[in-house]
Ligand binder design. Structure first.
Ligand code: 5GP
Length: 185
């Protein structure tokens, strides 16, 4: 039996990376897809682990080749999901998790309506701003851009199958585990 595709989106600074890590610790047979991006690695990020980091020309070539299941521009950079990696993993009967933004999620849901979509919401917008500034890796301009995207993204939450509020990492991860157990292939 083929695996099932799960998509998690959430506003930047909502701590979705931490929630996803916690969820994956206890989940079996699910694999996090490694995206390709044109943005620069943040400190501690590793090529092939967090992302495949490429330049704009190579990203464009991959788009033209049809290498991406979906791709989108976000905060001035491009991000894309490898079509072959996702398809091959699903074929092997493994479940796949995409951690992508809303435009990409929409593209995938249109092509694969059986995909289960989850949106992680922050407790409040003030909380996100605090977390983004606390991270200390973004310029003021980048933060302003991200806050604007968050407003837009939160409105998009209504199109997702499930909405999970990240009030506490463990609780939010448990809620995702329950959704996963219900739908996994
Ligand atoms: P970051 O630069 O903070 O790692 O990611 C910025 C945004 O891009 C996040 O919302 C993340 O979920 C999203 N993202 C990461 N990879 C992909 C991808 O392959 N496709 C799309 N559409 N969004 C992605």
């Amino acid at each position: 039996m083929a695996g099932r595709l799960f998509i998690i989106s959430g506003s930047s600074g909502v701590g979705k990376g931490t929630v996803i890590k916690e969820f994956l610790k206890n989940a079996d047979n699910i694999y996090l897809s490694v995206s390709t991006t044109t943005r620069n690695p943040r400190e501690g990020e590793v090529h092939g682990v967090n992302y495949f980091y490429v330049n704009k020309d190579d990203f464009k070539k991959a788009v033209e080749n049809g290498d991406f299941l979906e791709w989108a521009e976000f905060g001035g950079n491009c991000y894309g999901t490898s079509r072959s990696a996702v398809e091959n993993t699903l074929k092997e009967g493994k479940n796949v998790l995409l951690e992508i933004e809303v435009q990409g999620a929409k593209q995938v849901k249109e092509k694969m309506p059986e995909a289960v979509t989850i949106f992680i919401l922050p407790p409040s917008i003030e909380e996100i701003e605090k977390r983004l500034r606390g991270r200390g890796t973004e310029t003021e301009e980048a933060i302003a851009k991200r806050l604007k995207a968050i407003e837009f993204e939160s409105q998009e939450a209504q199109h997702y199958d499930y909405k999970v509020v990240n009030d506490l990492v463990k609780r939010a991860a448990d809620e995702i585990s329950k959704i996963y157990e219900k739908h996994k292939g």
